[in-house]
Design a protein around this ligand. Structure first.
Ligand SMILES: [Fe+2]
Length: 207
């Protein structure tokens, strides 16, 4: 298949008890897989196959292909944004957090509030903007990969499929659990090089 489902970078039960294996079975195995399949189908039928995912996002135009391709990229990036182990920011990232938010706790409070308050399906992002950290949210599949020069560091999924099995409608409880225990600060630090968009990209594989 042209685009393939990227394997999870950890076992399905690696985020328990905050995120169950059942959630990942559906979130990765069903939802992410569906974005792969739909992107492949629509890219092929629209004659837009043969290019990288980020290039496809750039030329897809509004509609189902763009939405599915963005969600494919978002989930490629999401799994790397999560860590089985509880991490703490260090080095340059810790310095940027201190400069921008005062403390990691303050950053997480802001991130959690923006994610919890986001209306409907979407994403919360920790981004690097002109050398400073910033938090933003996006609706539906809207993605930093669609905007040249955006520098995503971490993704937080606030679609209901990310938490409904474990938390039902209690999005803030899901966010508290994930933000406190499973953010991959090492991945965020890696993305300070400005190449975060490339880390959700994937090649089109001719079969
Ligand atoms: Fe998702």
């Amino acid at each position: 298949m042209p685009y393939v489902l990227s394997p999870l970078p950890f076992a399905r039960n690696a985020l328990t008890p905050q995120i169950s294996a059942e959630t990942l079975e559906y979130h990765h195995g069903k939802h992410h897989q569906a974005y792969v399949d739909k992107t492949n189908e629509l890219a092929t039928s629209n004659g837009l196959g043969g290019q990288s995912l980020v290039d496809l996002i750039g030329v897809a135009g509004p509609g189902a292909l763009f939405n599915n391709a963005c969600q494919l990229w978002n989930h490629n990036f999401l799994w790397q944004s999560l860590s089985p182990d509880t991490q703490q920011p260090s080095g340059e990232l810790a310095d940027l957090i201190s400069a921008g938010f005062g403390s990691t706790e303050a950053l997480l409070k802001d991130l959690g509030e923006q994610a919890a308050g986001h209306f409907g399906s979407g994403w919360a992002w920790l981004m690097l903007d002109q050398g400073a950290l910033t938090i933003t949210t996006s609706h539906d599949g809207e993605t930093p990969a669609a905007h040249k020069g955006m520098q995503p560091l971490l993704a937080v999924d606030v679609w209901e499929h990310a938490y409904y099995i474990d938390y039902r409608n209690a999005r803030p409880r899901y966010l508290d659990a994930v933000l406190d225990h499973h953010l991959n600060w090492d991945f965020a630090a890696l993305n300070l090089d400005g190449a975060g968009v490339s880390r959700g990209d994937q090649a089109w594989q001719d079969s």
